[in-house]
Design a binder for this molecule. Structure first.
Ligand code: NAP
Length: 550
């Protein structure tokens, strides 16, 4: 039962058609679609408002590494015509403002319980519905359970001893305070040099008295070369949105970024070098739009990697620091390529220094700072930019029990598995948005969110139109999809680095690339096929062989 404020009463049992978890871009769109379909549903969100990853990750310098033309909803022409992005690569505050703009426009907040967490979800076989319990005491009983929990939701905290004894301040980039943090004159230590660390370094370096960057694995980062958007440019975009969106939906990345089919070694060395120079000057991910085989051809990849390493030496004045900043031992683009604004330049500032944790590993946190094997760093504040339990963290953060008492943790013990990254054998009517065996972080996540939610809503409509109560993929369909995912993963260099993509950053997590690497357009076709073939890869409730469709 919703109260006057819109929130759900504690200790009540609420019967619904659907529950949506998450008020990021996936959950917001799901709420909009379910409302349009006339379903009774409720959204549950741990944060205080909409925005998902952009609600939590408010650290200084946070920015999206996809251009804003791509990184926005396409379902409403009114929204895309009204909203104006100020920069090519949007700042976190602008993306959050955009999420709020959409929430206001569609009046989405009234459908969500904020500051509420799901603590368990179990499928009631007898009644064909999900029983979803929350930390507020409210219990929802719903036919459809839609998890739009995001691939980067559960922050990873390093397990060094001593954090509790530190007398300064500890900040997690993924749980950044809502008020600005002033680092002026303070001695700051930053742990982690992935996309997040690389974005925050130049901003904190401007303020801090001293900034020590604790780097374990150096990342490849390319200049973002962000710029303001002129009114003329934006008018042009608005006039052409229909074709821009069409191109995005047909592209491998779900965005309009240039892609190339040109093999790297099809050109002579001098020409390759000149194109790499152009890509560097152009900024962003121009390299991937210049050559088509950088994620498959190791030799080509290494030549680009060496080109980027040489650029680090051109920027960073101290040769020893430059050398330590150079990533080695894994292919460029196998980790998420970072886009930075002044990262390497920051190391030329007298107040910034690099602590190489391969050479001198962190041992513990002390009351006054960080102790490595060889040194003690006195610090007033520690920033953790240490990543996430990606892809599956939020989905496994509470107990999920499917048909016949199946436990999701058991099902995924050897790694996440599902059909299309959307549905799972043994878990009827549980739908994942941007789930782990789809393209997830490898595609434009807003395009993917919309496509996944549309697919789920079509499936729900199919069930409602045909008097079916529940659906789940057949075990052999799930097996066949996972074979496709694995075969594609074997062919890409993306699986060849120790990253959150392959679960290598979380102790005890099964390793392996479980994201679909065949590109968004192919993925979209597979999803469309699964629908237009009459959902023959699914069984529908009651799960008896004679009720199989197709
Ligand atoms: P990340 O890529 O997983 O990087 C985490 C960093 O923390 C790594 O350098 C890692 O080193 C280090 N680290 C972890 N545990 C450590 C420990 N115990 N001691 C020392 N160092 C430790 O996480 P992220 O930077 O938050 O990025 C995650 C993803 O978020 C990105 O890949 C991207 O998809 C997304 N993101 C996007 C943007 C954007 O749009 N621009 C911005 C930020 C994030 P090791 O590699 O050695 O473990």
């Amino acid at each position: 039962m919703a109260t006057a404020s819109g929130a759900t009463d504690a200790h009540s049992i609420i019967a619904l058609d659907a529950v949506v978890v998450g008020a990021g871009f996936g959950g917001m769109y799901a709420a909009y679609r379910l409302r349009e379909m006339g379903l009774r549903f409720r959204g549950i969100e741990a944060g205080g408002d909409v925005g998902g990853v952009w609600y939590w990750n408010r650290y200084p310098g946070a920015r999206c590494d996809l251009m804003c033309i791509d990184y926005s909803y396409s379902f409403s022409d009114e929204i895309q015509q009204e909203w104006v992005w100020p920069e090519q690569y949007a700042h976190q505050s602008d993306i959050l403002a955009y999420a709020n703009f959409v929430a206001d426009k569609l009046d989405l907040r009234k459908d969500f319980d904020f500051e509420t967490r799901v603590i368990s979800a179990s499928y009631d076989d007898a009644r064909d519905l999900w029983v979803i319990k929350t930390n507020t005491g409210a219990i929802f009983e719903a036919t459809y359970f839609i998890l739009a929990t995001g691939p980067l939701t559960v922050p990873k905290r390093p397990d060094y001893p001593g954090f509790e004894d530190f007398t300064g301040d500890i900040y997690s980039t993924a749980r950044w305070p809502h008020e600005p943090v002033d680092f002026t004159g303070r001695k700051v230590g930053l742990i982690g040099t992935g996309s997040t660390g690389i974005q925050i370094v130049p901003v904190v370096a401007e303020q801090a008295g001293e900034l020590v960057v604790f780097q374990r694995t150096p990342s490849f980062t390319l200049p973002m070369r962000n710029s303001a958007i002129t009114p003329e440019f934006w008018d042009e975009v608005r006039r052409n949105y229909a074709s821009i969106r069409e191109s995005a939906s047909l592209s491998p990345l779900g965005g309009i970024r240039a892609v190339s089919t040109r093999p790297f070694f099809s050109l002579p060395r001098a020409q390759r070098h000149s194109l790499m120079e152009d890509s560097w000057k152009q900024g962003g991910l121009a390299f991937l739009g210049t050559f088509g085989d950088l994620l498959r051809n190791e030799e080509a990849n290494e030549e680009v990697a060496e080109f980027v390493r040489a650029k680090i030496s051109e920027v960073v004045k101290d040769p020893d620091t430059a050398e330590r900043l150079k990533p080695r031992g894994y292919p460029i683009f196998a980790r998420r390529p970072c886009l930075d604004t002044g990262y390497y330049e920051a190391f030329n500032q007298p107040n910034v220094r690099l602590a190489d944790c391969i050479d001198d590993p962190i041992e513990c946190i002390t009351p006054r700072g960080i102790k490595t094997q060889k040194t003690h760093y006195d610090l007033d504040a520690i920033i953790l930019a240490t990543g996430f339990d990606g892809l599956t963290g939020a989905l496994m953060a509470f107990a999920v029990t499917g048909r016949d008492g199946r436990d999701l943790k058991d099902k995924w013990r050897e790694g996440a598995r599902s059909y299309l990254g959307i549905a799972m054998d043994g878990f009827p009517n549980l739908f994942m948005v941007c789930g782990p065996n789809g393209p997830s972080a490898l595609a434009n996540i807003i395009t993917l969110n919309q496509q996944n939610v549309d697919w789920i809503c079509s499936a729900i409509t199919h069930m409602r139109d045909n008097g079916l109560t529940a659906m789940e993929p057949r075990p052999d369909a799930e097996e066949a999809w996972m074979d496709i995912v694995a075969t594609l993963a074997d062919k890409t260099l993306v699986s060849k680095a120790n990253t959150w993509y392959v679960g290598a950053n979380i102790q005890g997590k099964t390793k392996g690339l479980t994201m679909y690497t065949g590109g968004f357009a192919n993925y979209r076709n597979s999803c469309a096929d699964a629908q237009t073939n009459g959902y023959r890869e699914f069984t529908f409730a009651p799960c008896k062989p004679d009720l199989k469709v197709g």
